[in-house]
Design a protein around this ligand. Structure first.
Ligand SMILES: [Zn+2]
Length: 1082
């Protein structure tokens, strides 16, 4: 027996403690694991934190916004559609001579690309193909012991799992445990990366990961995102935050493909600009060829590759069956060497000589025979190569295998910052086809998705807190009722998640499939609305002893921001009765907003929760269908609302007994009248129109009635801002759901004004204590019928952040097809902002941060349109023009001072990218924008190293636009409600955002409830003056999050809850940090 010296023993003990600590905090959750709370109370950082630290950017080896404008976008090889040429061939020959020292390693990776909806609905595909594909994977991988496969979409895996018997489920688990079947990404869908907002992108990942972890015991570590049309900068960061450290992308601009190949930079660390180095960035592999089909994946020569697709089914004739040549003893050597040459060429594009060869295509392996055919042919080739003296080794493998092989050969990779929008292919015609069309295809459903996501977030938070409260209550019923509602919540999450698929929110599915998605989103909206009324009512009751499931409240508007006033619930008020309005603020910050409802009574007063009279203004509803007119039966009531962070309050409305300042309503045909008391009608005056509040003075053109000048009174600077609506003419068959291509004459895009002066049918000005606004209505008679455009510009008079912006609404209805055929519509701001000759423009990246976009002249109009989900700005040394939007679209700066945002399209023909239809179903959509002209602060210390970001004011207003107030009526007189209920102990600091508080699947009413809390801190740019968000400039305490009447423990986790992580001070985040916590309500 040996004696361990005392000193060494101590060392071992210390090491053991360290190892245990790391294990505990670095642990990956296993199948069926419950989320175990950290029982220690959170340790708060004692010091205050700066709320507006400027965050510097760190350069990457490859900055996409700098490199892209330098690329040759019309290279000589374009017409042959492949970049491979002599230079590449020479390099390959040199590389091959080195194989003895750097052997070629090839991972052949069977895969099947399954779109959850495109040419068929998700259910249609599942029934006809995907169900058999997954069954075949399970059976054939069990049979062929060295074959592998990857699977990405949790949505389809869930459908299969639900119908699978125990034996099939067990087989699947065995394959997953063995690693031969790898779940890649594991999101609910393979998300689009241009149109998807931050919340929805995260939520579909959490939903997929929860299913994978809970049911299959799988925690993905690699990502396969190969069909989204261009790749955004937010997704890699979300992957890294979920501890997915390896990823593959595919559809990027052909010039990028060539550049990365030329520089052997196809594997890079995709870091964010605020990250010092690539240490926490995912390793990204750009697949070097066009797409993932076998024709394009074995090497640079598609014609050769076609011969290595061994699927050969009776009755199937196409380009690969024409090349069908199965492997036999006679041709084995020659064929294997031919394929090896292709693999070797691919290997020469990367420094490490490891090659990933995807083996599959859309909905492949639906037939058992295909599995056998691909397997038996490839295995012969592999055995031949591996046994020969080729200095090469080929095997089936997964992404994990590829990346571990790469990382074993290399540990230094270049870093890259930025993204790969706009995508362009050349494979169809040998000339550029820019995929910026889908940024604005079908805006109605893009907007609907955002409305559902905002609603869902609010309901998730309400539900989690209500669950916590109900668990502590002495009454059993509410808790079991809440548990029974959980399945509805899951269905809503999944409908929203499904729509983030790269053929759904993009608008690139066939019309009937889009209808199916819309139906699902509508159902989700119904579900979350149904839950919201129950939850809000439960939380605002005096005693939470009962829960009313049968619509205890009514929404004043089911979407908060409806296209249709007929969606409004009109509050009928008789003289004696007082009515309650319940208001819900889902933001974790206090808000100063305008509440709205419609009533039959023009003489109303509104009182807040303290029974104090609040400002209000009343005007007749403007009916724009048919012959436009003001309604004197229903009235819009707007009133000032002040709500605490994450709170519910009860306001009161009753007939007025006090004298109030009347609202002035001007219209073209209004005769002067004061008979309504609460508003006076006046005839519109001639000449220029001016709107003014304490911050802005807006001037409108006397004829067109459109904005043409803005003065910000804070610094007294006037800027020319000419707002205009116009359209481009689509190129036949080259512009459509995916692509954007504009008719040009002598290099100039053809442009047509959307309407003329003659089309103005009404102008209305409303001015009251809450706001002043101008509405202009145009009607245009087209071939199919009447098109109606209602444009509203509004200035608020309160003293909150709303008053520091110009609020624009465009309710556009292009009328029945073929009105405005082959037309793409946009709104343009022509300003004197000097954003430079490069037309510098900053756009958000799926809401994560802002990215700098430099005009690339060669890419033309279509290649300089960028995706935007929340915000865009242009700036000079004096001012910044920020446009906030409520749904995804495309934006561009086509010249100095210009900012264009696409609105909608109607393209009659298909653009030959697979959908097979034009886009004819545009319909009435309400597009909302917030416009800010912000003056530079005298204290600005702005420098070129600071990361670009919205100002604190713009950030706050962006949250306002994203999350409207929700209001409810219909409270019975006998119901006892508290005046207000705060759901969180204190507001979050200005630059923090409560992304979500999302309940994990509750087992039953007797177990504690768990939720995932997602927080993030942003990095607002405080160089811009504002009067109303001064709190954003003061140091604040690190938040100490407590939910009212509920106690909770918090355990830091990776973004989607898959890994426990350590955090020195809970809730203390660095700027731009995203952090998740498992919450246990006790
Ligand atoms: Zn796809």
């Amino acid at each position: 027996m040996s004696v361990i010296p005392r000193k060494l023993l101590l060392l071992i003990l210390v090491s053991l403690v360290c190892v245990l600590f790391i294990l505990m905090y670095g642990a990956q959750l296993q199948r069926g694991d419950e989320i175990i709370p950290n029982t220690e109370t959170s340790t708060q950082s004692p010091q205050k934190q700066e709320t507006c630290p400027s965050l510097r950017s760190y350069p990457a080896d490859i900055e996409t916004s700098n490199v892209f404008p330098t690329l040759d976008l019309t290279p000589s090889w374009m017409s042959r559609r492949e970049f491979w040429g002599n230079e590449y061939e020479d390099r390959y020959v040199r590389r091959k001579s080195m194989w003895a020292h750097l052997p070629l390693r090839v991972i052949v990776m069977p895969h099947s690309h399954n779109d959850p909806g495109w040419l068929k609905t998700v259910e249609g595909y599942f029934a006809l193909s995907t169900k058999s594909i997954l069954t075949n994977i399970v059976n054939k991988l069990t049979e062929h012991k060295n074959m592998t496969f990857i699977w990405s979409e949790a949505s389809y895996m869930f459908m299969w799992w639900e119908g699978a018997d125990t034996e099939a489920r067990n087989k699947l688990r065995v394959l997953l445990d063995s690693g031969r079947l790898e779940i890649t990404t594991g999101g609910w869908v393979m998300t689009d990366e241009a149109n998807v907002d931050f919340f929805s992108m995260v939520d579909q990942l959490v939903e997929g990961h929860e299913f994978m972890r809970r049911e299959l015991g799988v925690v993905p570590s690699s990502s396969w995102s190969v069909d989204s049309f261009g790749h955004g900068g937010a997704f890699p960061h979300l992957l890294a935050k979920s501890e997915i450290n390896n990823m593959v992308i595919m559809r990027i601009h052909y010039a990028w493909k060539e550049w990365l190949a030329r520089h052997q930079n196809g594997d890079f660390l995709w870091k964010q600009s605020w990250e010092k180095d690539g240490n926490s960035a995912p390793l990204c592999h750009n697949f070097p060829y066009d797409i993932y089909s076998i024709k394009h994946s074995c090497g640079p020569n598609p014609q050769t590759c076609l011969g290595f697709d061994f699927r050969h089914l009776d009755g199937e004739y196409n380009e690969f069956t024409a090349h069908y040549s199965p492997i036999n003893q006679g041709n084995l050597k020659e064929r294997a060497e031919l394929l090896l040459e292709q693999y070797g060429r691919t290997g020469s594009l990367l420094p490490h000589n490891v090659v990933l060869v995807p083996l599959g295509d859309d909905f492949r392996y639906s037939n058992e025979l295909e599995f056998d055919q691909q397997y038996s042919n490839y295995i012969k080739i592999m055995e031949h190569i591996n046994s020969g003296k080729y200095n090469a080794h080929i095997s089936f493998g997964t992404l994990k295998d590829y990346f571990s092989e790469v990382r074993s050969r290399m540990n230094e990779f270049p870093t890259l910052t930025g993204d790969f929008h706009v995508y362009s292919d050349i494979f169809s015609e040998g000339r550029p086809a820019y995929w910026s069309g889908y940024y604005f295809t079908r805006p109605y459903t893009k907007l609907l998705s955002r409305q559902v996501s905002s609603k869902l977030r609010g309901v998730e938070i309400l539900y989690s807190i209500a669950m916590g409260m109900a668990r502590r209550s002495d009454f059993d019923l509410p808790l079991s009722a809440l548990v029974s509602m959980y399945k509805n919540l899951v269905s809503a999450r999944r409908s929203l998640a499904l729509f983030q698929h790269h053929d759904a929110i993009t608008g690139t599915s066939k019309g009937f499939v889009m209808d199916d998605y819309e139906q699902k989103l509508d159902n989700a909206l119904e579900v979350v609305n149904g839950m919201e009324v129950v939850l809000v009512h439960y939380l605002i009751q005096e005693r939470q002893q009962e829960i009313i499931l049968n619509r205890p409240l009514l929404h004043t508007n089911r979407r908060n921001k409806g296209e249709n006033w007929q969606e409004e619930t009109v509050l009928h008020i008789s003289s004696a009765k007082e009515h309650k309005i319940v208001l819900f603020n889902s933001l974790a910050h206090p808000v100063y907003r305008a509440g709205h409802l419609q009533t039959n009574n023009a003489n109303l007063c509104v009182y807040n929760e303290e029974q104090d009279l609040v400002d209000s203004q009343i005007s007749p509803v403007f009916n724009i269908t048919g012959k436009p007119s003001l309604s004197f039966q229903s009235f819009n009531v707007w009133f000032g609302v002040e709500l605490e962070a994450l709170s519910i309050a009860v306001y009161t409305v009753k007939e007025c007994t006090e004298a109030r300042k009347p609202t002035k309503v001007y219209c073209k045909k209004c005769r002067n009248s004061e008979k309504y008391g609460s508003f006076h009608l006046k005839s519109i005056p001639d000449g220029a129109i001016q709107l003014e509040n304490q911050i802005y003075k807006l001037l409108f053109d006397p004829e067109s009635r459109l904005l043409n000048n803005v003065t910000n009174k804070v610094n007294g600077v006037s800027k020319q801002i000419n707002l205009d609506f116009s359209s481009y003419t689509s190129q036949f068959y080259r512009s459509g759901a995916y692509l954007f291509a504009v008719e040009m004459i002598n290099g100039v895009p053809t442009e047509t004004k959307l309407f003329s002066l003659n089309n103005i049918v009404e102008t209305i000005i409303v001015s009251g204590p809450i706001f002043s606004e101008l509405k202009v209505l145009w009607q245009v008679t087209g071939v199919g019928g009447i098109a109606t455009f209602l444009h509203t510009v509004r200035l608020y008079h309160d003293t909150g952040p709303l008053s520091e912006a110009i609020h624009i609404e465009n309710q556009f209805d292009f009328g029945p097809s073929p009105n405005f055929r082959d037309t793409e519509f946009f709104m343009r701001f022509e300003t004197d902002v000097k954003n430079g000759e490069e037309n510098l423009i900053f756009t958000d990246q799926a809401g994560l941060g802002m990215v700098r976009r430099v005009n690339a002249e060669q890419a033309g109009l279509e290649g300089n349109y960028f995706p935007v989900t929340e915000s865009v700005y242009i700036e000079d040394d004096e001012s910044r023009l920020t446009l906030l939007i409520d749904h995804a679209s495309g934006v561009s700066s086509r010249g100095e001072g210009l900012l264009e945002i696409m609105v909608d399209k109607r393209t009659m023909n298909d653009d030959a990218r697979g959908m097979g239809e034009g886009v004819l179903d545009s319909r009435r959509t309400l597009h909302r924008y917030t416009l800010l002209m912000e003056p530079i602060s005298p204290k600005s210390e702005k420098n070129s190293e600071t990361i670009p970001f919205l100002s604190p004011l713009a950030l706050r207003l962006s949250r306002y636009l994203e999350h409207p107030l929700t209001s409810f009526i219909g409270i019975e007189k006998n119901q006892k409600l508290v005046n207000k209920r705060g759901l969180i102990n204190s507001a979050l600091p200005c630059d923090y955002d409560l992304v979500n508080l999302r309940t994990w699947s509750p087992k039953d009413a007797s177990n504690p409830s768990h939720a995932l809390l997602i927080l993030r801190r942003l990095a607002p740019d405080c160089s811009w003056s504002s009067l109303t968000v001064s709190d954003c400039l003061d140091p604040t305490s690190v938040p100490d999050i407590k939910f009212s009447n509920v106690s909770a423990f918090f355990q830091p986790t990776s973004l989607t809850g898959n890994h426990r992580v350590s955090q020195p001070y809970i809730f203390k985040l660095s700027p731009m940090e995203i952090s998740s916590y498992n919450v246990t309500f006790t």
